[in-house]
Design a binder for this molecule. Structure first.
Ligand code: MN
Length: 212
């Protein structure tokens, strides 16, 4: 059985996000950096397989850490590229908007909290809108590197890459300008689809915060 993970296809041409996200940045980001995370995830999976076969676990700590870093990098980049799209107007569905209003007060309040949280992600990381099934609500999370700071079991709905490679070529150190521009290229159709998948199962999941 082939257990290799695959890159997602970029769902639009490299220049499709212009002028908000430059072709140059997207090309490096998708073709070089994302490819690296996918390849490295497959490499570490191979090394773990060899460790099991040879019963040699001398490097297990390093390998498990590498799996978390490279694997999370591969997953988050796939989600990120998919939840962007050409700057044509899309909007949250009625169901998603209802949930946003319930959990954040209004769309504007959600957007402000997300932008403010994204701006102050420490060092290299991400900002994410996630569904937390155990809380039965949406939350905004900051993530450091690709794997640190999460709520277990959360489902990312839409995310922005706050590593410098994601904006520095185009926006230099102006994170606020990058974040403002990003709102123009959110593909809400994809975010809505992700939320609908969650809605289908959310009432069947028994939160572990309640006694079984
Ligand atoms: Mn990145």
């Amino acid at each position: 059985m082939d257990e290799r993970i695959e890159k997602i296809e970029l769902p639009y041409p490299l220049d499709a996000l212009e002028p908000y996200y430059s072709k140059e940045t997207l090309k490096i980001h998708y073709e070089t950096l994302y490819t690296g995370y996918v390849n490295n995830t497959n490499k570490v999976q191979e090394k773990l397989k060899r460790a099991r076969e040879s019963n040699d676990y001398e490097n297990i700590k390093c390998l498990e850490k590498e799996l978390s870093f490279q694997g999370s990098g591969a997953i988050l980049h796939g989600l990120f590229f998919e939840n962007m799209g050409p700057p044509v107007p899309t909007s949250p569905s009625i169901n998603l908007m209802e949930q946003i209003n319930k959990n954040f007060g209004s769309f504007e309040k959600f957007k402000t909290q997300f932008s403010e949280a994204a701006k102050v992600v420490e060092a290299s990381g991400w900002c994410l809108l996630v569904w937390v099934s155990n809380f039965n609500k949406l939350e905004i999370l900051q993530c450091e590197k690709h794997q640190n700071l999460t709520l277990w079991g959360c489902k990312p709905l839409f995310i922005i890459d706050m590593w410098e490679h994601s904006y520095f070529l185009q926006y230099k150190a102006n994170k606020a300008e990058y974040i403002n521009a990003f709102w123009n290229i959110v593909n809400w159709n994809i975010v809505n689809k992700r939320f609908e998948k969650i809605r289908m199962v959310k009432n069947t999941i028994h939160p572990i915060t309640k006694p079984l």
